[in-house]
Design a protein around this ligand. Sequence first.
Ligand code: GUN
Length: 279
Amino acid sequence: MPQIIDGKAISAQIKDEVKAQIAALNTQGKKVCLAVIQVGDDPASSVYVGNKKKACAYVGIESLSYELAAETTQEELLELIRELNAREDVNGILVQLPLPEQIDEDAVIRAIDPKKDVDGFHPQSVGALCIGQPGFVSCTPAGIIQLLKRSGIEIAGKECVVIGRSNIVGKPMALLLLRENGTVTVAHSRTRDLREVTKRADILVVAVGKPKMITREYVKEGAVVIDVGIHRNENNKLCGDVDYEDVAPVCGAITPVPGGVGPMTIAMLMYNCANSVSL
Ligand code: GUN
C-alpha cells in the first residue's frame, strides 16, 4: 500500500511551530494581527472564515473580524481596505473569496498592501514568486510543498505534472515546483491526451474540480499523487478529484480527502501571518 501523506499531522506541526514563533515575537513586544473580511453569508465561506479565526486563536494571532452585508459596494470595501492598510497594528488582510458580483475581485486584491497580502494573491506577490524574490505565497500550493518536503519526498529532478491552471493553485504550484528544481508540466482542460501527460508524472498534483476524475489509468506506478479537490458526494461523504480507492493501490504516496491538502491551507496562512511581521 502507498505512503499516506498525513496533512492533519503536518498542519498541526506547522501550527505549533508558528505558535512558538508568535510567542517569541510577543516576548519582544510584537503582536501579530490578521483582519478577516467576509462579504455576504455564503455558508462555505463562513465555515472557512470560522476555521481561520480559530487557527489564529490557537497560534496566538489576534484576529479582527469584518462581516459585511452582501449588498456592500466595491467602494465601501475598498475604503475598509485602505483603512486597514494604514493601521500599524494590522499585519495581514484577508478578503474571503468569492465576492458578490457587484464587486470586482481583481480591484480588491490589488487594493491590499502587498506587505499585508497574506493570501499571496496580489500581482506583486505573484510576480515576486515568478522571479524568485521574497514575498507571500498562495497558501494551498505552499502547503503542498510542505507536505512533500516533510514526507521525505524529493522534488529536484522529478517530472511534476500539475492539472489545473488557476491563479490560486495551479499557476503558483507550477512556479513553486520549478523553484524546487522539478521539471514541470501544466495540464488543463484543453490538454490533448491528458492521460499520456499525467502518466509521465513522478509527482502529480490534481486541481481539476471534478469529483473522482483521476483514476489509475492516469497514474504511473509508484507516483506521488496530491489531491487538491474537495467535494461532497451523493451520500454527503467528502471526496477529492482523485478516485482514492482506485489509485491508492498503484501509487507510491497519496493525500487523503479529507485530511490531506485541506488542513495545510490554514496552517500556511498562519505561517504567512507570522512572517508578515518581518516583511
Ligand atoms: N476562497 C477559497 N479559498 C480561498 C483562500 O485561500 N483565500 C481567500 N481569501 N478566499 C478563498
